[in-house]
Design a protein around this ligand. Structure first.
Ligand code: GRF
Length: 208
């Protein structure tokens, strides 16, 4: 069945800037029939993102909004917003999107935009979360899928997974261990959304 004809499935679109392994994890879960959704598009700010190859292999339409080609952030955000609108998505997933979204976009997609972050929020928001965890000396680390609000990595939490931090870990070994959990956590959060089982009540997200 063509994507346009599958009526019961949620339309899922992605924003990604790089490797796209989390994007791939959701593509695979959809292909396996675990998620009642269809991937309707990838929007990227980076023409060199490997996520583009993944989308092409899966037959997912790609829109590149190349950040470097815009004179100012406002013009970039305007183009990004129209690319996002064109996906007509029920859910937007930020899967390694490396820029901060403007308030206009966050407001427009409020309640239907998720981000994956490689730390147990609210600890270690922002860049290099795994390095922050190593440097702080925590014994447990992990990942968080959260709804996107106007702050940085501050939205209501949907799914968290944890991993131990081992004595010999460095940023890379810890990042790899967390990434394996990300590949479980993100498809789970997307599945719950697509099944209509997420209920946000202020900061708390309940799973029905
Ligand atoms: C992941 O660690 C994710 O949590 C963070 O950026 C990384 C993206 O990895 N936001 P990938 O592009 O999904 O492989």
């Amino acid at each position: 069945m063509s994507p346009e004809r599958s009526v019961d499935k949620k339309r899922i679109a992605f924003l990604a800037s790089g490797r796209g392994s989390n994007f791939q994890a959701v593509i695979d879960a959809i292909a396996a029939g675990t998620i009642p959704g269809i991937c309707v598009g990838l929007v990227t700010d980076n023409p060199g993102a490997y996520a583009i190859e993944r989308a092409k292999s899966a037959g997912i339409p790609v829109t590149v909004v190349d950040y470097a080609r815009f004179p100012a952030k406002a013009a970039y955000e305007e183009a990004l917003l129209s690319a996002m609108r064109a996906c007509r998505a029920d859910l937007f997933v930020l899967a390694g999107y490396m820029r901060i979204l403007g308030f206009g976009i966050v407001r427009e997609f409020s309640g239907r935009m998720m981000n994956i972050h490689p730390a147990l929020l609210p600890a270690f928001s922002g860049l290099h979360a795994q390095r922050q965890a190593i440097e702080y000396g925590v014994k447990v680390a992990g990942c968080t899928v959260h709804l996107v609000d106007e702050g940085m990595d501050t939205g209501p939490i949907v799914v968290q997974r944890c991993v131990p931090v081992l004595p010999d870990d460095d940023e890379t070994t810890l990042a790899d261990r967390i990434l394996a959990e990300e590949h479980e956590a993100l498809p789970l959060a997307v599945k719950l959304f697509c099944e209509g089982r997420l209920e946000a009540d202020g900061r708390r997200v309940r799973v029905r």
